[in-house]
Write a protein that binds this ligand. Structure first.
Ligand SMILES: NC(=O)c1ccc[n+]([C@@H]2O[C@H](COP(=O)([O-])OP(=O)(O)OC[C@H]3O[C@@H](n4cnc5c(N)ncnc54)[C@H](OP(=O)(O)O)[C@@H]3O)[C@@H](O)[C@H]2O)c1
Length: 293
């Protein structure tokens, strides 16, 4: 295998690089900025803007990947709502460019997608449940998914995931476990919503699944998340209990109070039985990951 990774400076991208560093697989890590992952050797890194067709063609021509794991995206959901054209350009049009190159070079194309493709009315979503995006970000991912679905080329996979957390270097944004742990340690006032439900996903488990899909030459959609769905409030409460931090300043709130530009689905969570059966996916519980944070 020769795996091309996009977004290698991001949380998931860094975890994929870490795992491939410990394997015999040849890989090329790419991201928009300079290499910010100290665990990624410069020899394995090249800058590539996923919206630049010339850069994409040059990288495919030079590296000739068997697989692309496409993690790069505009991931700030509220920013996407405020900049819909930019969101569409990065999350949809760039997928067109990368998928076209993948077809040309006979490369398996793997797209990272999201639980936000669903409206959150049902919860515990299966791969073939109907999508109904509520935000610009979600719509951009649905459009990218549909591009693959509609193609006569079936050499692709879609990995949908849910709030991803873990440690990495020089990230441009924090993730819920770190953010909440830090705020609890500083005894800040914390009003946390208890009307949105998610299955938080350990970034290393997700990276493992993305690579596993390539190794097994799987195609189609896979739901990859942590094993249990909690309210956001429950997640923060669990962090406090595990690390023995005071919950005195922790209060329950609801989504309306947040006044966020982008609408979020109230209840997601995945049925991950397909991933368990077909990939041998066995994600860690929240508590198991707290012990190795
Ligand atoms: N994190 C979550 O909770 C979550 C939940 C559901 C789905 N997902 C999906 O999972 C994937 C990975 O998420 P993540 O949390 O690892 O993302 P992330 O940490 O926000 O990283 C995204 C990376 O994309 C790169 N990127 C942005 N624009 C680019 C461009 N024009 N050209 C090349 N690279 C570009 C950035 O590179 P530079 O840093 O080099 O600029 C950034 O490092 C995304 O597709 C996201 O939509 C994530």
């Amino acid at each position: 295998m020769r795996i091309l990774i996009t977004g290698s400076n991001g949380l998931l991208g860094q975890k994929i690089v870490d795992q491939l560093n410990n394997s015999s697989t040849t890989f090329l890590a790419t991201s928009k900025g300079e290499n910010r992952n100290p665990l990624c050797a410069d020899a394995n890194y090249q800058q590539m803007d996923i919206s630049n067709v010339v850069e994409i063609e040059a990288i495919f021509n030079q590296f000739n990947p068997t697989h692309v794991i496409h993690t790069a995206a505009m991931t700030n959901v509220d920013q996407c709502e405020q900049q819909p054209d930019e969101c569409n350009r990065i999350n949809y049009e760039s997928v067109q460019l990368l998928f076209e190159a993948s077809i040309k070079y006979n490369t398996h194309f793997q797209l990272l997608s999201t639980d936000f493709v669903f409206d959150g009315e049902k919860g515990n979503y299966k791969e073939d449940d109907l999508v109904n995006p509520l935000s610009v970000y979600a719509l951009s991912k649905v459009n990218a998914e549909q591009l693959l679905n509609a193609s006569s080329n079936t050499n692709w996979s879609i990995v949908r995931t849910i709030i991803v957390y873990g440690t990495a270097n020089n990230l441009s944004r924090s993730n819920i476990v770190y953010w909440a742990k830090d705020a609890l340690e500083k005894e800040q006032e914390l009003a946390i919503i208890d009307d949105q439900f998610r299955a938080p996903t350990w970034a290393s488990d997700l990276a493992w699944a993305c690579i596993r899909i390539c190794e097994l030459s799987k195609i189609g959609i896979f739901h990859i998340s942590g094993p249990t769905t909690f309210s956001v409030y429950e997640i923060v409460e669990k962090i406090a209990h595990y690390f023995n931090l005071s919950t005195k300043k922790l209060t329950k709130s609801n989504s309306l109070n947040l006044n966020q530009p982008a609408k979020r689905p109230p209840k997601t969570g995945f049925d991950i039985s397909k991933a368990k059966t077909e990939l041998g996916y066995n994600p860690k519980t929240l508590e198991e990951t707290f012990s190795i944070l």
